[in-house]
Design a protein around this ligand. Structure first.
Ligand SMILES: Nc1ncnc2c1ncn2[C@@H]1O[C@H](COP(=O)(O)OP(=O)(O)O)[C@@H](O)[C@H]1O
Ligand SMILES: [Mg+2]
Length: 238
């Protein structure tokens, strides 16, 4: 069992599109690579909903006295999620070491097989608990998601500083939902006062994803190519 690269998809803020981008990137990568997703967002695990497998549970096997999770396979992606193993109403009570321990176990006790890439949908935050989670998962790289909202940018700077402190290289950032495309005229409309995110946050912008109805419901039958340019950029860096 080996995982070549672990990529943490992170943002300090919730609601900026981490889970959406994590799922879409995983789909894009899975065309050419063996890909897994670990949904580590203990407070709001969403991947099982995005991939429409919320009614499934990973099977548990005992190997050498250890309980091993068999991940759910969906669209050629292996998925395990905190959402499968803890009840949502209990998640909010979990704190620091317990939280980090659970995520680490979920990662280490899942039978991922041989993966090229494991994408980790990280919980939002920058606090102590978050630092432990980020350190324990030992990602090879982090990818930051933000919009041009002043608040998101302010918090993304903190995320960048945290990954720098942990010496986890930040591949860059994805600007999500800073503009939209008018369905009738195809005109672009900025939803925030445009800013230079590269200068502001101090890492390169790998691409911009518009606010788009195809991405609201993760509808696999709708094929947009928003993620292909980002995939092409990422693959050069990995
Ligand atoms: N590019 C986009 N266009 C339209 N809706 C989006 C886009 N990205 C995310 N969303 C929507 O915004 C909300 C928050 O996205 P989500 O991926 O759950 O963020 P996070 O994981 O950072 O909390 C969801 O309802 C999602 O469907
Ligand atoms: Mg999420």
């Amino acid at each position: 069992m080996s995982i070549k690269q672990i990529i943490a998809i992170a943002s300090a803020k919730g609601g900026v599109g981490k889970s959406t981008i994590c799922a879409n990137l995983a789909m894009q990568f899975s065309r050419n690579y063996k890909v897994g997703i670990l949904d580590a967002d203990i407070y709001g695990p969403n991947q099982q909903i995005i991939f429409d497998v919320a009614n499934q549970k990973p099977k548990v096997k005992t190997i050498g006295g250890k309980k091993i999770f068999i991940p759910i396979e969906v669209n050629n992606i292996l998925l395990n999620s905190m959402g499968f193993v803890i009840e949502s109403d209990k998640a909010a009570m979990w704190r620091g070491p317990m939280l980090s321990g659970a995520i680490k176990q979920l990662k280490n006790l899942t039978q991922w097989g041989n993966l090229d890439y494991l994408f980790v949908d990280m919980p939002p935050g920058t606090g102590d608990a978050y630092l432990t989670v980020a350190a324990d998962i030992k990602p090879d790289y982090a990818l930051l998601i933000t919009s041009m909202s002043k608040l998101a940018v302010h918090d993304t700077k903190k995320s960048k500083a945290m990954f720098d402190r942990l010496k986890i290289p930040v591949l860059g950032l994805i600007d999500n939902m800073s503009y939209s495309i008018c369905t009738n005229t195809n005109e672009l409309k900025n939803d925030f006062v445009p800013m230079n995110l590269e200068q502001e946050i101090g890492c390169s912008v790998l691409g911009s994803i518009p606010r788009h109805h195809d991405l609201i419901d993760f509808n696999l039958s709708k094929k947009n190519n928003f993620f292909e340019p980002i995939y092409n950029e990422l693959i050069k860096l990995l």
